[in-house]
Design a protein around this ligand. Structure first.
Ligand code: NDP
Length: 311
């Protein structure tokens, strides 16, 4: 157990955190980064990454994260495995506690703890993760060219994912638990106008099946009513789009969050309502959620920290 002082503590290790570490280390700030539960973040649960600029042949999420991590370490970033279990943002220097019992004093903090896709909670979702189950159509849709896929959810994200997939896959099913779509009218219309998207209303998923790879979903229509009907849908891909949960539990009550729990940033920067605390990546972005946008905001957070420390 030790007491560590740093000019910049970075919490979280996706593209935002590692890029923030790369930029702050090159600015001689000597950042300290804690990687959290899932070093590399959400990208490490996808398969290939083909849309990150600079990789003409594509790469894997794990490789991409390892590349940025090593790039940051090369310039002196102190990257540590472990969790920040407590943080006090009420006064400067900010103080934090790690799961290893170390205490940290930091002049500035970059929060890049990301967001986690919500899952239905079916045991089969984990079993087929990366083998047919995905929570990101932009990341994995390409692998379903001319195949049959389903998207779960009826919000804007689900409609966007279904529309994206409809240009790649042969057939797209939307599995919607209510008898209406929650998405905005314009998105609903776009979905309904697409000939290769079929919306299955009043339908719940109760299981998935397949040998090595996913081959289908067990569905129930009109669950709990006299008209309840069980049927199987043959699909190659099952995309979850029932919302994301930003990883902000650690910060609750300490920093301004929006109604969905995302950190609110201001003035087109990564600044939060607390001077010296910055937010980058999906934890502050319900909208774009791409590796490249997260990396870009990690860069912005590092530049914001640099300016803040120079004041
Ligand atoms: P939403 O919360 O809007 O929608 C989630 C959808 O998933 C709902 O249809 C919900 O059903 C369904 N759902 C939730 N839990 C389950 C479950 N356990 N089983 C089955 N279905 C479930 O989330 P989104 O990610 O779609 O959107 C989040 C926010 O981001 C929204 O404000 C949205 O407007 C915005 N957004 C805007 C976009 C744009 O403008 N282009 C693009 C993407 C998102 P139910 O309706 O029954 O609750």
């Amino acid at each position: 157990m030790s007491e560590i002082k740093t000019k910049c503590l970075i919490i979280g290790s996706g593209p935002a955190g590692y890029t923030a570490a790369l930029y702050t280390s090159r600015a001689n700030i000597g950042p300290l980064l804690y990687e959290g539960h899932q070093p590399g973040g959400q990208l490490t649960i996808t398969t290939e990454v083909e849309n990150f600029p600079g990789y003409p042949e594509g790469t894997t999420g794990t490789q991409l994260m390892d590349d940025i991590r090593r790039q940051a370490i090369r310039f002196g970033a102190d990257v540590r495995q472990g969790l920040i279990t407590k943080i006090d943002l009420s006064k400067r220097p900010f103080t934090a506690l790690t799961d290893g019992g170390d205490t940290i004093e930091a002049d500035s903090v970059i929060i890049s703890t990301g967001a986690s896709a919500k899952f239905l909670g079916l045991p089969d979702e984990k079993k087929y993760m990366g083998l047919g189950v995905s929570a990101c159509a932009t990341c994995d849709g390409f692998f379903y060219r001319r195949k049959r896929v389903a998207v779960v959810g009826g919000g804007d994200t689900a409609c966007e994912e279904a529309l994206y997939l409809s240009n790649i896959a042969a057939e797209v099913f939307m599995i919607v638990r209510k008898d209406y779509l929650r998405a905005s009218k314009v998105m609903q219309q776009r979905v309904l106008d697409k000939p290769n998207i079929t919306v299955l209303f009043n339908t719940n998923t109760v299981g998935l099946y397949g040998d090595e790879f996913l081959q289908g979903a067990h569905l129930v229509e009109e669950k709990g009513t006299e008209r309840e009907q069980h049927f199987d849908l043959e699909i190659d891909g099952f995309f979850l789009a029932i919302g994301h949960k930003p990883n902000t539990d650690l910060l609750e009550g300490q920093i301004e969050l929006d109604e969905a729990g995302y950190i609110v940033t201001r003035d087109h920067s990564t600044a939060t309502n607390i001077p010296g605390v910055f937010a980058a990546g999906d934890v502050a972005d319900p909208h774009y959620r791409q590796a490249i946008t997260a990396a870009g905001s990690g860069c912005k957070a590092a530049l914001d920290v640099e300016r803040f420390l120079a004041l």
